[in-house]
Ligand binder design. Sequence first.
Ligand SMILES: *Cc1c(COP(=O)(O)O)cnc(C)c1O
Length: 378
Amino acid sequence: MKFETKTIHAGQKPDPSTGAIMPPIFQTSTYVQEEPGKHKGYEYSRTANPTRTMLQDNLAALENGKYALAFSSGCGAMTTVMHLFKNGDHIVCCDDVYGGTYRLFTKVLVNNGIKCTFTDLTKTENLKKNICSNTKAVWIESPTNPLLKLIDIEAIASICKSKNIICIVDNTFMSPYFQNPLNLGADIVLHSTTKYLNGHSDVVGGATITNNFDIHEKLRFLENAMGTVPGPFDAWLILRGIKTLALRMKAHEANALKIATYLSDHPGIEKVIYPGLKSHPQHLLAKKQCSGFGGMVSIVVKGGLPNAKKLLKKTHLFSLAESLGGVESLIEHPASMTHAAIEKGTREKLGIVDGLVRLSVGIEHIDDLISDLKQALE
Ligand SMILES: *Cc1c(COP(=O)(O)O)cnc(C)c1O
């Protein structure tokens, strides 16, 4: 089945009891048993829920994986994955990572005795340098957030395999439409389904997908034990959002490329970062490991903070908000918003300067989006 067909049909069948073409929202906490232990596969909705099962089967199909789990949020998925590890374990993580991931690793998991080294994994040799005897996992995002650096997933995954380390890829930015890390050798793919997968900015959710039965069973146990589950209505909303994922991703990308090109020639902009531009240092890697370049564009505004603030204030269609991946365009300031949890010194060393602005390009008409940026930069 091709991707577009999977988004609409995988994991779902018309409801056998009524013929309803849309999957029912099984808004129930428990299920009646015929005799103790004799049931239709569902006992209690923290453990399993039919609407959630349909979402999970759909997500597994989209990532070309065998097993998927849906979670209450991307952070819920991350927290659950990180409970695969224990006191004394070590993780290597890319340095330019989602702010919430950095916060979870440095403010929460340290208290459980899990150490994390952050390093620039665009250079694969940095992984080799940082692997210790107690290293259990590598955590990457590609493209990274907000600097849109690419990491060679295949190269990282192959080092992980040779050292018996779990390779975890947060694939939120590309969505399964543009990138399938399991095909490149990753062990676990993670998503904040809040973003492109749902796509309508009306639900918070997360997911993991893997081909490894043992990892899946451990995660399933942890999810049930820790209760990081989504409600049935949230699962249903994400399932509904996914039906248009292919159409949306194409539109996000077409708009993002036009905006990146427009801003590259704008005198008020110092730098445009977009993997689809030939000027991106890893444009060739992007072409190799992804089937597209996504909808996120980062820019550095000339004149630093005052001019960045002016831009953030003056856009009308680009709303000032955190998050990304919805149909509507958003603009945000990583240094003071999504990445404020990272100390200023570390932030600036990474390149998250005060003039950096991140755009989540929506699927409005391109002419309106460009006029909005044009007037805001005047
Ligand atoms: C938003 C996001 C998360 C966290 O997901 P939530 O659904 O907000 O908990 C993790 N990783 C990336 C790349 C994200 O953009």
